[in-house]
Design a protein around this ligand. Structure first.
Ligand code: DSN
Length: 421
């Protein structure tokens, strides 16, 4: 960083402060992780200088012989990792991957059945303030009030009633398994495409520790930076054939590629694509399964100890890497909880819980996840300790003495489990 330091001390200082923050906090934001040095080097590499509209061996610019290698490696490894027929690795983000997926198979105004953001879905699954809700007619399913789980009977009823062209499964705040096979049955019953946004659980799926949507879905989108532990970005996996238009000039794989470029993006981020290739190689290593197993174990311990300390977990616990904690029974809100934990060096995000009577900026819950702390090497013992600190902080959110005491212990734990850089 010597050049950055010399040329732009303001940016340099902020970057170094962010590194320092990452080193010294317990990161429980469920959608974040810590990349390896190899992924970081590829992301920060000279590939950022190149333009390469098109796809490997079919570019609109010269000089792409080495970019072709890195992009093809990313494609081949993504296909191998998820046993997918087709992979497009150019999506800049999960949102742009979802936009391209919709554009590949739908017309504006078509109906999509997806999960309600307020019940754990995602902004791009039909929120009225997002392009998805503005371009398409979304119908939402949520969780059931009692179980706080998705009911496939409800999904089926809604599908039969609204006859969507696309059924969408996936979430950003749902702590349970989804039954992708049953989603496929329902989609077949009503003649709909089936798409899964597996962003949160992609790493668990790669390790075969979460139900696999790839055999059932026409299209699977994912970010690459959550449990998958790659650079910030996304990709789209798909079947080759378009089940409803097998005779079209373009098959589904070609429609996806076309919807990404030129449909919704220009030049790909070649440095990030190279880093995706590196991350997929890491995910193909046997040790990645061990990592994901520990992600699950760590989430279980965190959930169990919080429950033992009297916290109400949405749906009673978790089957994956994340959990939603309703903090209102403790007399506080999600905003107060997030702030108090931040003061103590524990980072998470406030989150709506299903049927929340409060507003998104000060909701009833917080969302916690285990991927980043697991990457640092923390295991059951540390998770139990973290859960005890969370309990102590949330029971005393304005007690400076408590917050400072926990902050000191957090710093000590962070020093014992350093980042790789
Ligand atoms: N913002 C991401 C998350 O935190 O889950 C989803 O895109």
């Amino acid at each position: 960083m010597e050049h950055l330091k010399k040329f732009d001390s303001e940016v340099y200082d902020a970057v170094m402060k962010e590194l320092d923050r990452q080193r010294n906090v317990i990161e429980l934001v469920a959608s974040e992780n810590i990349v390896s040095k190899a992924v970081l080097e590829a992301t920060g590499s000279w590939l950022t200088n190149k333009y390469s509209e098109g796809f490997p061996n079919k570019r609109y610019y010269g000089g792409n012989q080495f970019i072709d290698i890195t992009e093809q490696l990313a494609i081949d490894r993504a296909k191998k990792l998820f046993n997918a027929e087709h992979a497009n690795v150019q999506s800049h983000s999960g949102s742009s991957a979802n936009l391209a997926a919709y554009l590949a198979i739908l017309q504006p105004g078509d109906t999509i059945l997806g999960m309600d953001l307020a019940h754990g879905g995602h902004l791009t699954h039909g929120s009225p303030v997002n392009f998805s809700g503005r371009l398409f007619k979304f119908v939402s399913y949520g969780v059931e009030k009692e179980s706080e789980r998705v009911s496939m009977d409800v999904v089926r009823e809604l599908a039969l009633h609204h006859k969507p062209k696309l059924i969408l499964a996936g979430f950003s705040a749902y702590p349970r398994h989804l039954d992708f096979k049953e989603f496929r049955h329902i989609a077949d019953e009503v003649g709909a495409y089936f798409m899964v946004d597996m962003a949160h659980v992609a790493g668990l799926i790669a390790a075969k520790l979460y139900p696999d949507p790839v055999p059932y879905a026409d299209i699977v989108t994912t970010t690459t930076h959550k449990t998958l532990r790659g650079p910030r970005g996304a990709m789209i996996l798909s079947k080759t054939l378009d089940r409803f238009h097998p005779d079209d000039k373009k098959n589904l794989a070609q429609k996806i590629d076309f919807a990404v470029f030129p449909g919704s993006q220009g030049g790909p981020l070649d440095h990030v694509i190279a880093a995706k290739a590196v991350a997929f190689k890491e995910a193909l290593e046997p040790s990645f399964v061990g990592y994901q197993r520990q992600v699950l174990k760590n989430a279980q311990i965190l959930a169990n100890v919080l429950s033992e300390n009297g916290f109400r977990l949405v749906s009673g616990g978790t089957d994956n890497h994340l959990m939603l904690v309703d903090v209102t029974p403790k007399g506080i809100t999600g905003k107060v909880a997030e702030h108090a934990l931040d003061e103590a060096g524990i980072c998470c995000n406030k989150n709506m819980i299903p049927f929340d009577s409060r507003a998104p900026f000060d909701p009833s819950g917080i969302r916690l996840g285990s991927p980043a702390v697991t990457t640092r090497g923390m295991k059951e013992q540390e998770m139990e300790q973290i859960a005890q600190w969370i309990s102590l902080v949330l029971k005393n959110p304005s007690d400076k003495h408590v917050l400072e005491g926990v902050r000191k212990e957090v710093l000590d734990l962070c020093r014992r489990f350093p980042l790789p850089y």
